[in-house]
Design a protein around this ligand. Sequence first.
Ligand SMILES: [Fe+2]
Length: 213
Amino acid sequence: MWQYEKKLQYPVRISNPNPALAKLIITQYGGPDGELGASLRYLSQRFAMPYPELKGLLTDIGTEELGHLEMIGAIVYQLTRNLSIKEIKDSGFDAYFVDHTTGIYPQAASGTPFTAAYLQSKGDVITDLHEDLAAEQKARTTYDNILRFCDDPDVKDAIKFLRQREIVHYQRFGEAKQSGWNVEVELLTEPLKIKKSRFKPFAKDGQPRLYKL
Ligand SMILES: [Fe+2]
């Protein structure tokens, strides 16, 4: 279960509305590398994770990602307050507005709605940890891309905080992969033994064989 604290993990105080920017940042709410996918990925993977320490790590990070989802929702909400119809039209926010007014909806910057196809929960330690490492870097890249379109210091401040947390999560997943659990992981990833192979990598003289493509 969870206990809710009625505050954001990091403050979001945006003075100037900017619907064009909101349209980009919504991707970290419901896009392919967004915070909703991150929280569902870790909070789902943890059930089948055999090691209590890793289960705890996934629970911690998955919970924090929910806090980040909340921050992104607050950013998008604050960027779209008190807009005139002209501002909505001129900024290109009109398509989103027609579908959702200024409600916060989980979608990508492209408008694609959130889908569970953005994440995986494979029930295998090494597979899930690698998925998580890649996911954190993809989220970091998305924040880098958002920062390329963002010159408002109020927004930059919160986005930079979120970007930094992705790096910390990447490091924590990396430590998990490097730690003593690797011994067990090696057993899980032992290559399947192929009884009869048509391909012999070496000729009788010990030289590697070459096969045509
Ligand atoms: Fe993260």
